[in-house]
Design a protein around this ligand. Structure first.
Ligand SMILES: Nc1ncnc2c1ncn2[C@@H]1O[C@H](COP(=O)(O)OP(=O)(O)O)[C@@H](O)[C@H]1O
Ligand SMILES: [Mg+2]
Length: 251
């Protein structure tokens, strides 16, 4: 099972949107896919499940070491399962940080799922908390969604430092697959000056995701943007992005 974290400690950069649409795109390409919601805000969970369907969540994995298998739900999308989150997971942020096994909880929990899925996508919270660290410790790859804005660049250095530390100390195989520019507005002078700065830090995917209403509308409809309107520009862009990611993973 290949594990890919979608991470950026800044909120609103497109992590959840990218996790949902990438996981959906991979599952539609007949790969057995698991989406893990590692954010207590549970935004990606809310797309696929009703809150009354959720008895156990990642909270139980972190709190009582419940096997991930016990919390996984099927989704309406064939080949796509989800390990949900819920708000009370936030309680574990301070409690689980105090233990020796803290960074390894997710890695251990995923180790007995190896034959059940081809690929696992982890939607990370907007912080460099113990949950993001768990995700990066468990992952083979990280994808960094970000907007081409000044404030987005400020956070990159912290993220790069965390990735380097985890590589050096715990998970040498972790690789940055690339950064994905999201919510791109029609080319402005700002974009033109910021993109060259980003590429000094990370490899950029060729695909960019433009800003458009179909993303917000698909959230309201609780589906991927492809299911909501496969003719929309963003659906097509996420299709291209999915192909690009799968090609990279096959290299
Ligand atoms: N390409 C896009 N076009 C328009 N709105 C977008 C796009 N991508 C994300 N959004 C919106 O921006 C907000 C933040 O995106 P989200 O994926 O939730 O970011 P994060 O998970 O990093 O906090 C959401 O309201 C989302 O619907
Ligand atoms: Mg999110």
């Amino acid at each position: 099972m290949i594990i890919v974290s979608i991470a950026n400690q800044k909120g609103g950069e497109g992590k959840t949107t990218t996790s949902i649409n990438l996981a959906d795109g991979i599952a539609r390409r007949n790969k057995r896919t698991l989406l893990i919601d590692m954010d207590p805000q549970a935004n990606s969970t809310g797309i696929f499940l009703n809150s009354d369907q959720i008895e156990k969540s990642m909270y139980h994995v972190f709190n009582s070491f419940a096997p991930v298998k016990e919390i996984i739900h099927k989704t309406k999308v064939e080949n796509l399962d989800i390990a949900p989150s819920e708000l009370k997971l936030a309680e574990m942020e301070t409690r689980s940080s105090n233990t020796v096994e803290a960074p390894y909880i997710l890695k251990d929990a995923l180790s007995n799922l190896n034959n059940e899925y081809d690929i696992c996508i982890i939607d990370c919270p907007p912080s460099l908390s113990i949950f993001t660290i768990n995700a990066l410790v468990a992952s083979n790859y990280i994808i960094i969604p970000l907007q081409a804005e000044k404030f987005s660049i400020d956070g990159i250095i912290g993220l790069q430092g965390t990735v380097d530390n985890i590589k050096k100390r715990i998970n040498p195989q972790l690789q940055i697959l690339g950064a994905l520019i999201t919510q791109l507005k029609p080319q402005t002078l700002l974009t033109k000056t910021i993109v060259p700065v980003i590429v000094k830090f990370f490899r950029l995917f060729d695909t960019t995701i433009s800003d458009g209403v179909s993303v917000g509308e698909s959230n309201m409809a609780r589906s991927s943007v492809y299911t909501y309107n496969k003719k929309s520009k963003q659906a097509q862009e996420y299709e291209n992005f999915t192909e690009e990611v799968l090609n990279e993973l096959e290299k």
